[in-house]
Design a protein around this ligand. Structure first.
Ligand code: PAF
Length: 311
């Protein structure tokens, strides 16, 4: 039997943070199998011993689901689908190298990161793998190593850019739909990515710097003015990247603030936990895109510097 056929076809969630635990929890709750590859052995042991607890909305109900986990250091190579749910700063050269050992050519990787730059890094480090890009607005909050709260139902957009084999794309779509997510295939994922980048560029640094939930942005004229200034500058930079002519984006930002009013943004969660944030791949990336267009982006540069200075 060839190497490939001997290798398990399995679904993996790489990352035991908020989104990784939510993805795994929903898969388990729907009776689907998956293994969670965690950064630490401690977290894997906790998941294996105590299961994964998923809390609904405000924490009013919770279910404990049997889980299978192992640290990515100890994992065995797996053909199949890997849902990549680590943050941008965790996508280090070491992890990319390990992924190349763990996911054979022909395997499918589904990156869920905020910001930009990760897809190119993955394509370069992992030639021959299918990359199905995902952009999500699901809200999740990790409460403990084996406990996550689903703070806001959003959707998952999968990139149908013609580069993934349709059967892999449909397999990912089917699996996520079976797990209960709202899934859409998008031929315009670059545009979706830019829309999400714009939303993250406004909400994430402001909530992280002011330490407020997303809804707090709309609570005072001063905060709204700050958000709008950051929005205007970012919109100008991202216009030539597919957002030109989009007239409702400021309203879209406000809608996300409202729909996720009680959420602590992922950047605020990182700041509060003392972790490196995604600022470099969000506002830092926008400042670099601006420079390439001969523009200055002082608001983006300032929030990047401020968030970096927190630690
Ligand atoms: O990064 C986040 O927290 C989320 O992408 C969003 C949409 C800003 C909601 O909190």
């Amino acid at each position: 039997m060839g190497m490939k056929r001997a290798m398990d076809e399995k679904t993996v969630v790489l990352g035991g943070g908020s989104l990784g635990l939510l993805l795994a929890g929903k898969l388990y709750a729907a009776g689907l199998k998956c293994v969670v590859w965690t950064r630490t052995r401690e977290q894997a042991a906790r998941l294996n011993e105590d299961g994964l607890i998923v809390e609904a909305g405000g924490g009013e109900s919770a279910s404990r689901l049997p889980a299978v986990a192992c640290a990515w250091e100890d994992a065995a190579p797996a053909a199949g689908i890997v849902l990549l749910a680590v943050k941008q700063p965790a996508l280090t050269e070491r992890l990319l190298k390990r992924l190349a050992e763990l996911v054979p050519p022909g395997g499918t990787i589904v990156p869920f990161q905020n910001g930009v730059g990760h897809v190119e890094a993955l394509r370069e480090a992992l030639p021959g793998r299918e990359i199905v890009v995902a952009v999500t607005t699901e809200g999740a909050l990790r409460m403990d190593a084996n406990r996550v709260r689903h703070t806001g139902a959003g959707d998952i957009r999968l990139g149908d850019d013609g580069r993934s084999r349709p059967e892999r794309l449909f397999a990912v779509e089917r699996m996520l739909m079976q797990a209960g997510f709202s899934v859409f295939l998008s031929k315009q994922l670059d545009k979706e990515t830019m829309r999400k980048l714009l939303i993250n560029a406004v909400i994430n640094p402001i909530t992280a710097i002011l330490r407020i939930p997303n809804g707090g942005i709309a609570e005072s004229p001063e905060r709204l003015a700050l958000a709008e200034a950051l929005f205007r500058e970012t919109f100008e930079v991202l216009g030539p990247h597919g957002l030109e002519g989009e007239s409702d984006l400021w309203q879209a930002v406000l809608r996300v603030c409202e729909a996720t009013a009680g959420n602590r943004s992922s950047m605020l969660q990182d700041v509060e936990a003392g972790r490196t944030t995604e600022i470099d791949s969000i506002n830092g990336a926008i400042a670099r895109m601006a420079a390439k267009q001969g523009l200055d982006a002082p608001w983006n540069r300032a929030v990047t510097a401020l968030v970096k200075a927190i630690h």
